[in-house]
Ligand binder design. Structure first.
Ligand SMILES: *[C@@H]1O[C@H](CO)[C@@H](O)[C@H](O)[C@H]1NC(C)=O
Ligand SMILES: *[C@@H]1O[C@H](CO)[C@@H](O)[C@H](O)[C@H]1NC(C)=O
Length: 390
């Protein structure tokens, strides 16, 4: 139906094509294969959308119409794009205005250097904001091999210090530990290549915190620091203990020798057990010697107090929070745990330019902001401000 009604949506600015080919049963895969190609009727509809600024089509691979491209002529307003399985980079070879780029990264990528090179050459060329997201349901939390080698080979890389890239986000990848020893250098060598770039802001979000004795620590010691980065965000995933387990027939990539549950069970009775301890972060933070604003989230499995509400005995009633108990939890449990974490990281001592650290927990719905106390120079101290989120 899309080709029928899309051209009518003249003022459309944001379009998501959310078809999921991997939900197609094996026996029908051949029949459905064509559906990952954008039909000419569909790209003709896109040609009408002169105001479209953002387009997400992570599961499409190709286009039928050889003359369709994402050029400024055809799609004059398009600046944001999200791709995943795309193969035909000539569609982006043209002059375009796309500078916000998200790549949903697929496991097969390791094996295809043309794919990696094509992405960097044509969509990376003028990216100001770049995000790599791990394709969910797959379980691998390491970047694909070959990323660094192929980035080095793209035409604009030799001029990386002039490249407009200012913000880089890794979504769902693990910057702390890896499933295999030989993967522990992929992310460090990739970020090393960006050390001369103009990245000001770097984010590691939805970081899986799975850890056990068998996982391998990433070695950041050989990585060149990113001197221009002033904003760093590290936010752990909340569902780390189940995320990589097979949930009914799925490939269980990390589950076999990962043992997240025992970690979670240990923390069961503790209202603020740590997902990742402060010392696990130190060598990663050393990459950003000029950090000004640091944001850390979900480092504890925070259990805020809940009580049954009066009506809570009825089925389906949500648990109400006892507000006095919550305030006490915020001041007497959450804030001290946050302070201890920041103290152990020694960030204000280690980073001269650091102005503030925001320590958040989505589970506790609380944040503490630590700001450097500039009046006192003898001893490193900070102001603390506790805030409720939401
Ligand atoms: C690097 O970029 C600058 C500014 O955009 C340009 O003047 C210079 O020619 C480029 N150098 C190379 C080797 O491409
Ligand atoms: C740091 O955060 C503060 C407050 O949010 C903001 O005013 C300031 O511009 C930020 N500095 C940098 C370098 O991002």
């Amino acid at each position: 139906m899309s080709p029928v009604f899309l051209p009518l949506a003249q003022n459309l600015t944001y379009l998501v094509l959310a078809f999921l080919p991997q939900t197609v049963p094996d026996e029908f895969v051949d029949d459905y294969a064509g559906l990952t190609t954008l039909r000419t009727s569909f790209t003709n509809a896109l040609r009408q959308l002169k105001h479209l600024q953002a387009l997400e089509f992570p599961f499409w691979e190709a286009k039928e119409d050889k003359t369709f491209t994402f050029s400024t002529d055809i799609m004059p307003s398009l600046t944001h794009i999200s791709v995943g399985d795309w193969q035909q980079w000539d569609a982006f070879e043209v002059e375009h205005k796309i500078d916000v780029v998200k790549w949903l990264i697929h496991p097969d990528l390791d094996f295809d250097e043309d794919l990696i090179r094509g992405f960097f050459e044509h969509l990376g060329r003028q990216a100001r904001v770049l995000q790599f997201a791990a394709q969910s349901g797959w379980g691998r939390t390491d970047l694909p091999q070959g990323l660094a080698e192929n980035l080095q080979k793209v035409s604009w890389y030799k001029n990386i210090s002039e490249h407009p890239l200012e913000s880089f986000t890794l979504h769902g990848f693990n910057p702390l530990t890896s499933h295999k020893q030989e993967w522990t250098t992929i992310l460090p060598s990739f970020l090393s290549l960006l050390s001369e770039s103009n990245i000001r802001s770097i984010s590691f979000i939805d970081v899986p915190s799975l850890r056990n004795a068998r996982r391998h620590k990433l070695d950041w010691s050989q990585t060149s620091p990113l001197h221009k980065v002033s904003t760093v965000q590290i936010s752990l995933a909340l569902d780390e203990d189940t995320k990589d387990r097979g949930d009914g027939g799925g490939e269980d990539f990390e589950g076999e020798d990962d043992d997240g549950e025992s970690d979670a069970q240990k923390g069961e009775s503790d209202p603020m057990s740590e997902r990742v301890p402060a010392d696990g972060l130190e060598s990663l933070l050393d990459l950003f010697p000029n950090v000004v604003n640091l944001s850390l989230a979900n480092f504890h499995r925070a259990k805020k107090p809940t009580t049954e509400s009066q009506r809570g005995s009825e089925e389906g009633q949500p648990l109400a929070v006892d507000s006095q108990a919550y305030d006490r939890f915020a001041r007497e449990t959450f804030q001290p745990a946050a302070r201890t974490f920041i103290d152990r990281l020694r960030v204000f001592e280690r980073f001269d330019k650091l102005e503030q650290v925001v320590f958040r927990s989505a589970e506790a719905q609380l944040a503490v902001r630590f700001r450097r106390d500039k009046t006192e120079d003898k001893e490193t101290r900070w102001h603390e401000e506790l805030r409720r989120l939401y």
